[in-house]
Design a protein around this ligand. Structure first.
Ligand SMILES: Cc1cc2nc3c(=O)[nH]c(=O)nc-3n(C[C@H](O)[C@H](O)[C@H](O)COP(=O)(O)O)c2cc1C
Length: 404
């Protein structure tokens, strides 16, 4: 099983099936992505796949022999049945691209080559990435085969739409290798948060002064996005409520975009019902302009100051809705980290707080690493120094998991 503290997929095995579609040219990039995660990759190619990509390339990239024959020449003392050994060894069988022909064979239970025997014999999860001409994809035979496979629990990563290699436009394009690797990673990840529903707030808020200007802060949403990604990988159902950010959230999360502190509060209230965990990683503005100007403030206008008023305090407002939910807050501080975090923890009735240092290199807004402290009402749980946000995200989830 993958380690709950993150990235360690070393020692896991993916049997990677490549079938005879034009998108097989992307297979080497998929292999590289899997290998970068430390995964051991064993490639099985159909005969047709060999027309599109060479076994030598895949053998070189995987560092393993490429399997192609159902009846290979066997040394006289060999006793292992290859397709069964491959089927048993896999933590995941990934097939990308998956041709219309191969899916039809799978749906019909046909086992007439090595790869179709492997998928029939395996007990591992199977992920198919269909890719073909749009008319082949929309053909009732293909649609029905995909439905049948889905009903059997086969995972399907839907193809992307766009210009296809065959010249047609529409659905049928193999998703980018990064997307395929992410989906494969998710399937072999430990699902210790399965059945748990998490709401995560992320990013800054923008408090408008007029139609042109606004007050905001330096939050980029990176820490929240790392938590969202980690929680999704670990099987949680995740809703993100995000202020304006230039970031792509995990493809498995449901994302609600908001702008102001007021909108974030409304969205948290709407989405909190039924949530097991709320993680408030957003940097919500404390103050907002007292009077929004509907028309642009002109250069010649007399304006010596902008009057501010406090924004609604989200945690205090939703406190009565808490019930059994586990609430985690974040604090961004430049000094007296632990003291400030401790008082926020108790004043807001939080179950845990993550205080991170801002205003220094390697921590806080925009950085890929963070330094700070994690506290619960019982005391300090952890001090962390320049920890990758991805690793910190898993650590935070580990601590939460022990408590829910
Ligand atoms: C140039 C060319 C490109 C092809 N591209 C695709 C494709 O993208 N998707 C697909 O389903 N079939 C495609 N085919 C058809 C398959 O190669 C054919 O159905 C073959 O029997 C598939 O064998 P396999 O499923 O055992 O790999 C293509 C055929 C040719 C000649």
């Amino acid at each position: 099983m993958g380690s709950a503290s993150g990235e360690d997929l070393a020692g896991r095995t993916v049997v990677y099936g490549i079938t005879g579609g034009i998108a097989a040219y992307k297979a080497p990039s998929v292999v590289r992505g899997l290998k970068a995660l430390g995964i051991d990759v064993h490639v099985v190619m159909t005969e047709s796949a060999g027309h599109f990509v060479t076994p030598l390339t895949l053998q070189t990239l995987t560092g393993n022999a490429v399997y192609r024959e159902l009846f290979p020449e066997m040394p006289p003392d060999a006793h292992e049945v290859e397709h069964i050994a491959l089927a048993d060894r896999a933590d995941l069988i990934l097939i990308a691209p998956a041709t219309a022909n191969f899916m039809a064979k799978m749906a019909g239970g046909i086992a007439d080559d090595l790869l179709s025997c492997v998928v029939l014999a395996t007990q591992a999860p199977v992920l198919l990435c269909p890719s073909m001409n749009v008319n082949m994809y929309n053909h009732p035979a293909t649609t029905q085969n995909i439905d049948t496979l889905k009903k059997r629990g086969i995972h399907i990563l839907e193809p992307a739409s766009g210009e296809l290699a065959c010249g047609w436009e529409g659905a049928g394009r193999l998703p980018e290798p990064d997307r395929i690797v992410a989906e494969a990673k998710k399937l072999i990840y430990q699902k210790d948060l399965s059945g748990i529903s998490i709401v995560v707030t992320c990013g800054p808020t923008c408090q408008d002064i007029d139609p042109v200007r606004f007050i905001t802060n330096r939050s980029t949403g990176k820490m929240g996005a790392a938590i969202v990604e980690a929680a999704c990988l670990r099987g949680a159902q995740v809703k993100v409520i995000s202020g304006p950010v230039d970031i792509d959230y995990s493809p498995w999360a449901q994302v609600v975009m908001v702008r102001s502190a007021e909108q974030m509060l409304e969205s948290v209230k709407e989405n909190l019902k039924g949530a097991d965990i709320l993680i408030m990683a957003a940097a919500v503005a404390d103050y907002t302009p007292a009077n929004y100007r509907a028309s642009k403030i002109k250069k010649g206008d007399k304006l010596s100051s902008i009057e501010l008023k406090p924004t609604p305090d989200i945690l205090s407002t939703i406190k009565p809705m808490k019930g059994d939910a586990f609430f985690v807050g974040f604090a961004a501080e430049t000094e007296n980290l632990t003291g400030s975090a401790r008082s926020k923890l108790s004043s807001k009735g939080l179950d845990m707080i993550v205080a991170n240092r801002v205003g220094e290199e390697g921590s806080g807004f925009g950085s890929d690493t963070n330094s700070g402290v994690i506290l619960t009402p019982e005391g300090v749980l952890d001090n962390f120094e320049q920890l990758e946000k991805e690793v910190l995200a898993h650590k935070i989830l580990d601590f939460i998991r022990e408590r829910v």
